[in-house]
Design a binder for this molecule. Structure first.
Ligand SMILES: *[C@@H]1O[C@H](CO)[C@@H](O)[C@H](O)[C@H]1NC(C)=O
Ligand SMILES: *[C@@H]1O[C@H](CO)[C@@H](O)[C@H](O)[C@H]1NC(C)=O
Length: 612
């Protein structure tokens, strides 16, 4: 009964547009039925499983996007869906902000898109179970939009490069746990149950983010964990809510608060967990999040936080090229209205991950004010710019603010393996492996002016002129017969680290394989430059220096090279994310964030300056 009264009082406050009037630390208060389907994550906020809505998550909104009543609901472009599912996916991902403007983010179905309907079946039960051949009462349409023309059902099966099949193609209907497509066997099924054709890419599955929940505190389906009261949060780790002005941030301890966000606004969407859309190199943010959730830098008390973390899951909404402006707008609009912290600093002490190839280059709106964790540190601005990189970003700082944003290393699937192998070698053993001066292998793209700021093309051209066997630069056919990427990195003294269309993975590969990076990336800040002494383990040149490269490298004495390689050995853990393999990228990211917090407190920059 007490719970119900607390809830009613809270409801009245929320209805009046006020923040919850909590004065004591204690368990969260929600609708009394919240825990049935959801998790009471903060006062008045029942965090629902993906696809459910309502104060107690009572509405199974995306039910038509399940194959069976109790399997997972999925939107996105993989496999043919029911028309009702597509209609609801649109509604789920198109949300009105506080100003009444609709923003669509994420997996909004594109129109026209063919779909199917089962006659006489109520909307909530129009499950997205791909029709069996000759199934009675199935009608197909050219689109999910009202008034769409009828279509041949074969048109539903093919969507881009993806081809859907009925579940009868698999034994036991894929154990009711998978989907059948030509390209991809979706989550939770065994390979034999779902293999319809080759090209099942299992390596992509384990890249999904699944929180680690302490035993007995909850059950997870995908990213969503249904926590047992009083536990809540993404990993069921919290049990207390704090009043807004409970404490003050410590000037000594560095603490970060992660917001509790509705699954409708931020979730590990699985569209990109299949076939061509998901790539391991984009999951550094997961490695960060996993370690952050259990680290001592996390605080449950937002008023004690130095910085605020918006868990944005942006990769699942945009893939690797779109900036996700709509997604960030909705997310920030939400935290701005529910909590006092964004407005207090205009977002300057908030951070978010922007994992796209070009990092913060195309971000707009409120997200501009926050600290961005990116992999691409381009600082060329529209007013002071690289001759070849497009004149994008903010007029004052381009894509990355050197005093505010944090450049982090991307994740490489082999990072742990390489790091462990390298750490076993002594410096002399590493030196003894070196057989040539310089190595690079990768795309050159001489006709794409902004690709790698031209550096790859310039060096490639020069290397052809030199025809010096000590300089191995090649792509495809030009590679030597005994080519092995990892071995060539290990056996070369210097390895070229140039960027590509956006950030590159090479710096990570070079460092972890014990090669000294030759960084040619004009205007681009490197990972953790503010906390790593790059001069002790790399050399940096401009495009203009490249014609003299051989003289420059010849001028580096054996003793100097030895010292650089020692630097590589010392700092390579900063480029790997897995702590169990010795990776320390998480620690360096926290150190960088802490530096950023100090820059902000010292007024080295401010949001007003950044708006000009
Ligand atoms: C923050 O500012 C916006 C205006 O930008 C306002 O609508 C909102 O109510 C404020 N949030 C809080 C919690 O006061
Ligand atoms: C806060 O940021 C917004 C843009 O996000 C800007 O229009 C406004 O001037 C800023 N206000 C202050 C006080 O910095």
């Amino acid at each position: 009964m007490a719970l119900r009264i607390a809830w009613l009082l809270l409801l009245a406050a929320l209805a009046a547009g006020q923040p919850p009037a909590r004065t004591e630390v204690g368990p969260a208060v929600c609708h009394p039925d919240c825990s049935k389907h959801g998790t009471c994550g903060e006062d008045g906020f029942c965090r629902c499983p993906f696809g459910r809505l309502g104060e107690a998550c009572e509405t199974d909104f995306l039910a038509p996007c399940r194959q069976f009543p109790d399997t997972e609901a999925l939107c996105g472009s993989v496999f043919g869906k029911s028309c009702e599912c597509l209609r609801r996916c649109r509604e789920w991902f198109c949300i009105k902000d506080s100003g009444g403007w609709e923003f669509c983010h994420g997996l909004v179905p594109r129109s026209p898109r063919a779909c199917y309907e089962r006659e006489g079946v109520p909307p909530d039960q129009q499950y997205s179970k791909f029709p069996e051949p000759g199934e009675k009462g199935v009608k197909c349409y050219t689109s999910w939009e009202a008034g769409a023309a009828e279509a041949d059902c074969s048109t539903v099966a093919t969507l881009g490069v993806d081809v859907s099949f009925p579940l009868s193609k698999c034994p036991d209907q894929c154990s009711k746990r998978g989907w059948v497509t030509a390209l991809f066997c979706f989550a939770h099924c065994t390979s034999t149950a779902c293999l319809v054709e080759r090209d099942v890419r299992w390596d992509h599955l384990f890249a999904l983010f699944v929180p680690a929940v302490p035993a007995g505190r909850g059950e997870c389906i995908g990213e969503y964990c249904h926590c047992k009261p009083p536990y809540f949060s993404i990993d069921c780790s919290r049990s207390k809510v704090y009043p807004p002005a409970h404490s003050l941030p410590s000037p000594v301890d560095f603490k970060i608060y992660i917001y509790e966000i509705p699954t409708r606004l931020s979730y590990e969407n699985k569209q990109f967990a299949g076939w061509s859309h998901f790539d391991q190199i984009y999951v550094a943010w997961q490695m960060f999040l996993r370690q952050f959730l259990v680290s001592s830098v996390r605080t449950e008390d937002p008023s004690a936080a130095n910085l605020f973390f918006l868990g944005d899951f942006v990769y699942g909404y945009t893939g690797n090229t779109a900036p996700g402006n709509e997604h960030f707008h909705l997310l920030i609009d939400h935290v701005k209205h529910r909590h006092p912290y964004w407005n207090a600093t205009n977002g300057t002490d908030h951070f978010l991950w922007s994992t796209t190839d070009r990092g913060g280059c195309y971000l707009q709106g409120d997200a501009q004010n926050a600290i961005k964790l990116v992999h691409f540190g381009m600082t060329s601005t529209p007013n002071w710019h690289s001759p070849v990189f497009p004149h994008v970003g903010h007029p004052n700082y381009g894509c990355t603010h050197p005093l505010r944003d944090v450049v982090t290393p991307p994740h490489d699937l082999y990072a742990s393996q390489w790091l462990q192998q390298s750490l076993k070698l002594t410096l002399d053993e590493m030196l003894a492996l070196k057989k040539r001066m310089l190595f690079f292998s990768g795309g050159i793209l001489p006709d794409v002016a902004d690709y790698s700021g031209g550096s790859r093309a310039i060096l490639h051209r020069l290397a052809k002129e030199w025809a010096d066997p000590d300089y191995v630069l090649g792509t495809g056919d030009e590679r030597p017969a005994d080519f092995n990427y990892h071995k060539y990195l290990r056996t070369s003294k210097f390895c070229l680290s140039a960027y590509g269309h956006g950030w590159g993975i090479r710096m990570v590969q070079i460092m972890l394989n014990g090669c000294v990076p030759l960084i040619v990336q004009e205007y681009v800040l490197q990972s953790h430059e503010e906390v790593l002494p790059y001069e002790t383990f790399s050399i940096r040149l401009t495009n203009e220096d490249l014609p003299h490269l051989r003289e420059i490298l010849r001028g580096i004495s054996e003793e100097q090279y030895r010292s650089l390689l020692q630097g590589v050995r010392q700092y390579m853990p900063a480029f790997a994310w897995d702590p169990s393999a010795g990776g320390r990228a998480f620690d360096y990211t926290i150190a960088s964030l802490r530096r950023r917090y100090l820059n902000y407190k010292a007024s080295y920059y401010n949001s007003v300056y950044m708006q000009q």
